[in-house]
Design a protein around this ligand. Structure first.
Ligand code: KG4
Ligand code: ZN
Length: 335
């Protein structure tokens, strides 16, 4: 079965053709992040305009690269939320038009739950139940995945998301948007120094007996540090920020793993592309029974492969008339 996935929730316009849920036949991503880098963050109106410009060429390219014509596509999958409303509408309305004119079933997809499915784009899919940490630009969610379509939300962030913490603190340091990759690149320099101690910034809620995070205090701590000592050594500050964020993500996830004892731990979302974070998880889970899964970095950040994969495992065929964009959809919500 071939699915065409379409993703336009934020500043990436993406389309992908996936065979039998797990085989990538094409993965095309156009991003307007260069444009947002100039303004230091996303301007929703601009992102939506760019989506409208890119959507048809991106879908056309994804079909061509997959060697597929419309006759070869069995179903269409599209992100219906959460995200920026203007951006979402471009993908949703395009997918509805294709569904109507091609007479193919349409499957609306929850972007957050779909991130987890980047872990199925391998030969051997993970076993369930799995504990999934979804860390993206707007969300930090810990969920228990008992089965496909059966997610239980365990906890998340009280304020800023993990990706947001990277993006906002990077901006304070004058680093380029998106902040995660910029901070991680800068931090690498500093981490080359053997035996560096990284304890400058607070690790909020690290010892709290819950599955909650809080990252907004980090911003304030970085502002204070810059006011006090200036931006003297950016690579050291970047390493300190990365360490504070990854320490709490790891510590609290490990506590949940110990308590819940899932078969697998599934990392996903843009922040899962962070090497320091995945190295920490790998070393902590090395000698345990828990199978640690993280997608390759290019499948962690937004693309349409896992949108189609999610749709394959949750075949919720819906009439195009009933599919609507929902910017506020939560990870356990129905798309
Ligand atoms: O999942 P994603 O591509 O888009 C959303 O659904 O939000 O996540 C984007 C977020 C941004 O905040 C970006 O700074 C962060 O993922 N990110 C990273 C890295 N690559 C992307 N954060 C830390 N380290 C990275 N290497
Ligand atoms: Zn995302």
């Amino acid at each position: 079965m071939r699915l065409l996935g379409i993703e336009t929730s934020c500043d990436e316009t993406a389309a992908s053709v996936i065979e039998d849920g797990t085989k990538i036949l094409s993965n095309v991503v156009a991003t307007s992040s260069e444009m947002h880098a100039k303004t230091g963050g996303i301007i929703p109106e601009e992102a939506a305009r760019q989506q409208a410009v890119s959507i048809i060429p991106v879908i056309k390219k994804a079909l061509e690269e997959a060697g597929s014509k419309k006759e070869d596509i069995d179903k269409i999958a599209v992100t219906s939320g959460p995200g920026l409303i203007g951006s979402l509408l471009v993908g949703v309305e395009t997918a509805k038009t294709l569904s109507y004119t091609w007479e193919k079933p349409l499957i609306p997809v929850n972007h957050l739950a779909a991130h987890i499915y980047a872990n199925w784009l391998e030969e051997k899919g993970p076993e369930l139940p799995g504990l999934a940490l979804v860390i993206s630009g707007g969300h930090t969610d810990l969920v228990l995945m008992k089965d496909h379509g059966n997610l239980e939300w365990l906890g998340g962030t009280r304020d800023d998301a993990a990706g947001e913490a990277f993006d906002k603190t990077a901006r304070l340091l004058g680093l380029r948007y998106p902040g995660g990759p910029s901070i991680s690149r800068m931090a690498e320099e500093h981490l080359k120094n053997k035996g560096v101690k990284l304890d400058l910034f607070p690790r909020p809620l690290i010892d709290a007996e819950n599955y909650e995070w809080s990252f907004s205090g980090l911003k304030t701590a970085v502002i204070r540090e810059v006011e006090r000592n200036g931006k003297k050594d950016i690579s050291r500050l970047a390493a300190e920020i990365q360490e504070a964020i990854t320490d709490v993500l790891v510590a609290k996830s490990l506590r949940a793993i110990k308590k819940i004892k899932p078969k697998t731990f599934l990392l996903s979302g843009g922040v899962a592309a962070n090497k320091r974070l995945t190295t920490k998880f790998k070393s902590e889970l090395k000698n345990t029974d828990v199978d640690f899964r993280v997608p390759p970095p290019e499948l962690c950040t937004d693309n349409a492969t896992y949108i189609a994969t999610f749709a394959f495992f949750n075949q919720n065929d819906t009439s195009w008339k009933k599919v609507i964009a929902n910017p506020d959809l939560e990870i356990t919500g129905e798309a």
